[in-house]
Design a binder for this molecule. Structure first.
Ligand SMILES: [Zn+2]
Length: 249
């Protein structure tokens, strides 16, 4: 592999595997600029943190949890007083890289889709009516949560997910989709009216041959929806990537 697009394809094609991510980090270090090296540091640190488990990331001296409480640097008067143990060093490397690049990496995953959605909104205080007569507000905008160096969790509203899925799955190794707006108080049918493409939605998540769509609040139902959306996203990703030449820079 010799370019970003090939690495990204390999990473997206195997979202469970860390090897292509680490290979990408090495490549960024060798071929990239300063921002790329920050990205490489973040990928390695994030993989290391998730390997030990965020709940086990502790200062080796004080045993203080470093996640999500954060580093004890705030209490250190000078950089010399910072703890240099393995845990604190790893957490510091991670945060240092994240604050420099997170916004950019997030933008690369969901940015254009967010921009398009935001363009439809006059302002945060003035939600517009769209998507089959429903009001849109900023809570509907998609977000991405990073795991092991890349966006692995896509959080979005049911009304925006269909146009979003193909794009996002081509850009990040999404392993999980959290969808707001799928569970309703009545638990049936309402979701179809919230979508701008109800037929597509029906194909995606309605069990074949069922005459009505039921949602419940159980984890099993959410996992099933998530699984179907992920499968759909991967098909969309394949469709998007396949017509393109192999060596895009
Ligand atoms: Zn420490």
């Amino acid at each position: 592999m010799n370019d970003r697009a090939s690495f990204l394809r390999a990473i997206c094609a195997d979202p469970d595997e860390v090897t292509p991510r680490l290979a990408f980090a090495d490549w960024l270090d060798e071929h990239g600029d300063h921002a790329d090296r920050v990205r490489a540091t973040y990928i390695r640190a994030d993989i290391a943190i998730h390997a030990v488990g965020v709940e086990n990331l502790r200062c080796k001296r004080t045993n203080i949890r470093l996640w999500p409480e954060g580093l004890p640097d705030a209490t250190a008067a000078t950089p010399r007083q910072r703890c240099r143990c393995e845990g604190c060093s790893l957490a510091r490397r991670h945060r240092h890289a994240a604050v420099r690049g997170h916004a950019k990496w997030r933008y690369e995953v969901v940015g254009e889709a967010v921009d398009r959605l935001v363009d439809a909104l006059p302002s945060a205080d003035q939600p517009v009516t769209n998507f089959a007569g429903r009001q849109i507000n900023h809570a509907w905008l998609p977000r991405a949560r990073f795991r092991r160096g890349f966006a692995e969790v896509l959080i979005c509203h049911a009304a925006t997910i269909v146009p979003l899925l193909g794009e996002v799955f081509a850009r990040a190794p999404i392993r999980h989709v959290e969808v707001a707006g799928l569970v309703t108080h009545t638990g049936r049918g309402v979701i179809l009216r919230e979508w701008n493409t109800p037929t597509r939605l029906w194909e995606l998540i309605a069990p074949a041959g069922r005459g009505e769509l039921r949602f419940d609040h159980t984890a099993t139902a959410r996992q099933e929806i998530s699984r179907r959306l992920i499968e759909h996203g991967r098909r969309e990703r394949d469709r998007i990537w396949s017509p393109r030449p192999q060596n895009r820079g």
